[in-house]
Design a protein around this ligand. Structure first.
Ligand SMILES: Cc1cc2nc3c(=O)[nH]c(=O)nc-3n(C[C@H](O)[C@H](O)[C@H](O)COP(=O)(O)OP(=O)(O)OC[C@H]3O[C@@H](n4cnc5c(N)ncnc54)[C@H](O)[C@@H]3O)c2cc1C
Ligand code: FES
Length: 286
């Protein structure tokens, strides 16, 4: 079996969080902020979507949390290993324009999607404020990179171990009370995007969220990524993944994300058993 997409760099950033640079020239050449790729590790692997977090030459960066079978298997790869398929860039790019003052909010592993958006907004002439938040300091990623891109950066942790104690939504709420913000991007877990976009709604600020429903083909054919936005059915893979936050049915999104919980658990258990039998489990990254 010929494996085509080489992992050039594999770094463990935090507990269960990894940064990989994958050589994928066709993706790197066309990638824009807000887009994602779909990878498949091997012939029997499932397809999983990951946000394109950065581009350097022929390589793209993904940052992922090892939450289930495929992401745990991905986390066992080392620099020099290869991935069978990488399709992309997929999805519509972020709607970058000269808005004025923009806020880019990232939560947890969702921070992965913030640098490209912040960079493109900056290039378009905006004043860019970054807000990144995580449960604790050890789970916070890309702080230095975002500090280098944004005009201002605010950091929060749920437990107060770094930056302000609390949520990104708290900082956003304070800023909205103090000054005019023209446009907001929010990327993170569905519940975080729901709560944080609730903060911008009373101010009528245009707010984009990057939706993360279950995806399979990524081309609008299978319907698994169906979401409801403004009462209409949309496919996040081709119509999104970014949508007007104030129009999104987050309750439905979160319900649909849990559809395969039983199967995912079984799949992870089988994978863990297989790993135990084979005595694998991954060595060090770096
Ligand atoms: C557009 C998009 C961009 C994403 N970007 C990132 C990223 O940059 N970093 C990151 O860590 N995660 C990202 N995700 C989520 C990532 O795809 C899932 O964590 C991954 O598919 C889980 O697979 P698994 O087999 O390891 O876990 P599983 O045990 O199979 O699933 C764990 C949870 O992940 C979600 N999930 C499972 N399969 C899929 C799938 N095929 N598509 C989408 N979600 C799924 C479900 O909510 C599920 O409950 C993104 C999702 C989307 C839709
Ligand atoms: S992933 Fe199949 S339609 Fe979007």
């Amino acid at each position: 079996m010929k494996r085509l997409y080489r992992v050039e760099l594999a770094i463990k950033l935090a507990d269960r969080v990894y940064e990989y640079w994958i050589r994928a020239p066709q993706v790197a050449q066309h990638a824009r902020a807000g887009q994602f790729l779909i990878l498949r590790l091997h012939e029997r692997g499932e397809r999983i979507p990951l946000t394109i977090s950065a581009v350097r030459g022929d390589a793209v960066r993904v940052i992922f949390m090892a939450v289930g079978k495929t992401t745990q298997e991905l986390a066992t790869l080392r620099a020099g290993d290869s991935i069978m398929d990488v399709a992309g860039p997929l999805g519509r790019p972020s709607e970058i324009a000269r808005y004025g003052t923009c806020c880019v909010v990232g939560g947890g592993v969702g921070i992965a999607g913030t640098p490209l958006i912040a960079e493109e907004l900056k290039r378009a002439g905006n004043h860019v404020i970054g807000i990144i938040g995580a449960r604790s300091a050890d789970l916070l990623v890309l702080e230095d990179e975002m500090r280098g891109i944004c005009d201002e950066l605010y950091v929060t942790t749920d437990d107060g171990s770094r930056g302000a104690h609390g949520f990104a939504a708290d900082v956003l709420k304070r800023l909205l009370g103090e000054r005019v913000i023209d446009c907001v991007w929010i990327i993170g877990p569905a519940i975080m995007m729901k709560i944080t976009s609730g903060v911008t709604a009373p101010y009528g600020v245009k707010t984009y969220v990057s939706l993360n429903p279950i995806m399979v083909d990524g081309t609008g054919m299978c319907g698994s990524c169906r979401v409801t936005v403004g009462g209409e059915t949309k496919f996040a893979c081709v119509d999104g993944p970014e949508f007007d936050a104030h129009q999104v049915d987050f309750v439905e999104l979160m319900q649909r994300q849990r559809i395969y919980t039983g199967q995912e658990k079984i799949s992870l258990e089988r994978y863990a058993e297989h790993q135990c039998r084979c005595g694998e489990g991954g060595g060090s990254h770096g």
